[in-house]
Design a protein around this ligand. Sequence first.
Ligand SMILES: NC(=O)c1ccc[n+]([C@@H]2O[C@H](COP(=O)([O-])OP(=O)(O)OC[C@H]3O[C@@H](n4cnc5c(N)ncnc54)[C@H](OP(=O)(O)O)[C@@H]3O)[C@@H](O)[C@H]2O)c1
Length: 227
Amino acid sequence: MTIAVLGAGGMVGSRVVAEAGARGHRVLALSRRPPGGKAGVTPVAVDARDPAAVREALAGSASRSAADAVVLAVRTEPVDQEFLVGVTRTLLDLTARLGIRLLVVGGAGALRSPGDRELLVADDPVHVPPEFRSVAAAGVAQLRACRRRAGGDWVYLSPPAQLLPGARTGRYRRGTDTLLTAADGRSWISAEDLAVAVLDELETPGSGRHITVVHHDGDRAVAAGLP
Ligand SMILES: NC(=O)c1ccc[n+]([C@@H]2O[C@H](COP(=O)([O-])OP(=O)(O)OC[C@H]3O[C@@H](n4cnc5c(N)ncnc54)[C@H](OP(=O)(O)O)[C@@H]3O)[C@@H](O)[C@H]2O)c1
């Protein structure tokens, strides 16, 4: 496949680029300041706020393949919900028009709380302290924007509560719309293993439009947090 990664230089995007490259896919590395090209990785400077430029990047050219799938992994600091939702709508529109798959790396806040399925993680002070509420709320708004598009081939991947650079173990547990917890009691995954899950989902799409993943130790799975 040719996989476009918007946010290619970020914590998540860079791991997705590396995982896709390691699996032999061609990568279009998209951001305002895209990381330098490695074999199979084509940097494309594009501002996600410019739909025409993003469309051009995805559609391909004489010197560049068109994208077969897009991974959206952008973030601003501080959080800008309007930007996030606007870029997500742009990508939903473009990918539907081009007939390609969109995988949105979103937020844990959009998941249901394991203790109370009526409560979103974003609204649960057990998981989201006040200083992170606006970040969590932006993820909820982003998922809502996706859900408004009944058509189109999109999937929204909520990371667990903690997502940090770490080791690539290649193991993870997959869930649907409820926050998962690893065997050690923490809701976490490395960005490297999240990238493994992203590529698995692109290569072999599962069922469900809202999915999540969590670190998995192999034999030590526990029932905690199972949906
Ligand atoms: N537990 C959780 O729920 C959790 C934890 C971490 C991350 N996440 C989510 O994962 C996703 C990726 O996060 P991250 O930590 O990888 O972010 P990051 O490291 O801050 O990277 C953000 C990327 O977005 C790009 N970007 C920002 N504005 C852009 C624009 N206008 N046009 C094009 N590219 C732009 C940046 O590149 P340039 O500056 O070169 O444009 C950068 O590559 C986000 O949706 C974030 O909310 C969730």
